[in-house]
Write a protein that binds this ligand. Sequence first.
Ligand code: ATP
Length: 215
Amino acid sequence: MASMVLQAISGPVLPLPNESAEMMKRRVGIFGGTFDPVHSGHIEAVHSFLESGLIDEVWVMLTPDPPHKRHRSKHTPYKHRLRMLELAFSETERVKICTLERELPQPSYTLQTLQHLTTTYPDTRFFLCLGEDSVSSFHTWHRYRDILSDFSLMAVKRPGSDAVEAEDEVLEKTIFLEHKPVDISSTAIRQNGSDMEQMVPDTVAAYMEEHELYT
Ligand code: ATP
């Protein structure tokens, strides 16, 4: 009996049943935003999330009306923001555009979205993908500690933001990825219209022109 136990101890270290189930899961990063409009900062961020090797896919989650942007009078209609996202990522493998938050109760709290996804896709492990500014303000998000206790954060640097402003408890759960920062925001595009066309893909610029967005 004693030698059987010893044999088991000296053999290869096998993952426990739960651990191995966890390792088999597909890994998906959720990258949420208003995308009003999508721009090269978002696109380069998605490439860095995918190139990290930590996740298999990115699901870009279009938020109808984000709780932290309710002060803004109105957003560009959802259908235009969605179409621009579809155009921006149409050629990118391993990226899906996700409209789930349109179906869920408002406001679109990230915790609610992640919990819903985890229940719907039990074979998938979800990560939260963010730009650096969102890491810095993460402690203001609805029930952010509950997000941190169940999900890891993956982040990319963003000019004009500094993660030293982030809370330690947030940084402890955040992986910063290799990334060449891109100095652009949707706000700048909304304010400067066609002058900023070079910061969006040609197909998105053409769509903006056709629908007279941000003029
Ligand atoms: P706005 O100017 O309207 O506030 P935004 O440019 O910050 O918009 P959002 O749609 O709010 O874009 O951002 C969605 C996600 O993309 C957030 O996690 C944000 O941190 C990240 N992000 C946006 N722009 C960049 C950028 N240039 N570099 C890295 N991350 C970015």
